[in-house]
Design a protein around this ligand. Structure first.
Ligand code: MN
Ligand code: MN
Length: 471
């Protein structure tokens, strides 16, 4: 029989639960940071709303728009927004830019259901909107549940109007129907993937007829009248609109002991939030610190607001020009990027005790064991992955150990079970050192995902240590 507290040789590698490692003061900080995180989530249910909230917080912390920065000196704090869906926050360091930047890159888009361009129709006493889902959703999870509608409409005259309905207590919600079990005999024989089809994700937005007796489409007309009164829009305005259906409701604590948070969009607003918290606290940094919040990660990072966009390179070029008070040349930009270090800040799949068979226990993140280092992503033999080199992972591991960060490692499920990617490879293609570092999540991409408060806290501490140190 072994002693109660078995002495282990220091030669072994093993990770413990954060809760057992931290003192009372840190435990208090875990809960306090979590309250702030829930407020951030509730203020930003879409990429546009998240960017707005990030800028609101940045301005409170003394960050100014990049357009108002005349000279770059150590400690200069600014933000640069791109088309309302992407934002970079920067704290200038003491070293020249060419020595490289310390970048934490997260994404603020999340899987959701987008409204089509010509969406509205009436059928059988209901008014509905056609949709096209965005990102990797499991469609059956989005039916028969309260939904909210967010977005922007550009009107005929070019004016824009913002719409946000479904999250205030007095708001109505929206709804996608599902079959009753009594009549689901045929549907029940289908696979989960086919049970709910993409074209069945029609959102109910109305049910009262307009009182014009001669109107052929009374139900649709009634909704168009309401929208016109409230927002001054007409049916053609849907063409130039981005309207998104997301789960209605606030972030909530999970469990009697309140150690977890269930919310929409932990992927990847949890890394956006923790990198924001970290960059707000950066002081006397040697290398210039950047928190990059990007869009379109869930659909391949393409487009003007995705990581593939030239936005970031253009911004760094502008910064180089400001720093030197002369035209930046392409070579300086390339050197700056090649000398940069990046934490690709994205969530990891946590081991789910109800579905352990998809994970390989030695190499999966466990909820509550801290921030996760994911050396490589990809699928089917590391296909399409950024595989961080051992040298860089070694630096990060030392950094975390030196700063008493509780960290673990993981990969995305068992070999050949599936896979996925992040923005890591895009930045790595510019010859930057990049590794994925983030928060383990249960039920990723579901309307409500789950994270541990301790892991949120350790991730924020990890990003702060990264910003404050010279790698
Ligand atoms: Mn993600
Ligand atoms: Mn994702």
């Amino acid at each position: 029989m072994a002693d109660k507290k078995e002495k282990k040789s220091p030669l072994f590698y093993e990770r413990n639960f954060v809760w057992e490692e931290i003192d009372e003061k840190a435990k208090k900080a875990v809960f306090s940071v979590s309250e702030d995180y829930k407020a951030f989530l509730d203020a930003g249910k879409t990429e546009r709303e998240s960017v707005k909230e990030a800028i609101r917080r940045a301005e409170k912390e003394g960050f100014v728009p990049f357009s108002s920065v005349k000279k770059l000196t150590a400690g200069t704090k600014f933000y640069c927004e791109n088309k309302g869906k992407m934002v970079a926050l920067v704290v200038v360091g003491k070293e020249p830019l060419e020595k490289g930047l310390n970048v934490v890159g997260s994404h603020v888009d999340a899987p959701r259901i987008d409204i089509k361009q010509n969406p509205m129709y009436e059928d059988s006493g209901l008014t509905l909107l056609k949709t096209h889902y965005y990102g990797g959703i499991r469609k059956y999870q989005w039916v028969a549940t309260p939904l909210a509608l967010y977005g922007k409409v550009i009107k005929r005259d070019g004016q824009s109007v913002d719409i946000a309905v479904g999250d205030k207590d007095e708001d109505p919600i929206f709804y996608i129907s599902d079959l009753l079990p009594h009549l689901a005999k045929d549907q029940n024989t289908k696979t989960l993937r086919e049970g709910i089809e993409g074209e069945s994700l029609n959102v109910i937005v109305g049910s009262l007829p307009h009182d014009d007796k001669d109107e052929k489409n009374k139900f649709k007309r009634n909704i168009l009248e309401i929208l016109n009164q409230k927002y001054g829009i007409e049916e053609e305005d849907f063409i130039s609109a981005e309207l998104e259906i997301v789960p209605a409701g606030k972030a909530r604590d999970v469990g009697f002991d309140r150690g977890l948070i269930a919310a929409y969009g932990h992927d990847d607003r949890v890394c956006a939030f923790t990198s924001l918290r970290a960059i707000f606290e950066v002081k006397n940094n040697a290398k210039t610190a950047v928190a990059l919040l990007v869009d379109k990660e869930e659909v391949g990072s393409e487009g003007s607001t995705g990581m593939h966009s030239e936005f970031f390179n253009n911004l760094v070029s502008e910064m180089i020009e400001l720093e030197n008070s002369k035209r930046s040349n392409g070579l300086t930009l390339r050197r700056t990027l090649a000398n940069s270090s990046v934490l690709s800040a994205d969530v990891a799949a946590a081991l789910d005790p109800t579905y352990p068979s998809v994970s390989e226990k030695l190499n999966t993140a466990v909820i509550g064991k801290g921030v996760t280092i994911v050396k490589y992503t990809g699928s089917g033999g590391k296909g399409g992955c950024n595989d961080a080199n051992a040298e860089f992972v070694g630096k990060i591991r030392k950094l975390f150990n030196d700063n008493k960060i509780n960290w673990q490692t993981s990969e995305l499920g068992k070999v050949d079970q599936g896979g996925g990617g992040t923005i890591a490879y895009i930045l790595a293609n510019h010859n930057m050192d990049v590794v994925d570092i983030g928060v383990p999540v249960i039920s990723m991409h579901a309307p409500y995902e789950v994270v541990s408060k301790t892991d949120v806290y350790e991730t924020y501490k990890a990003y702060l240590a990264f910003y404050n140190n010279y790698l």
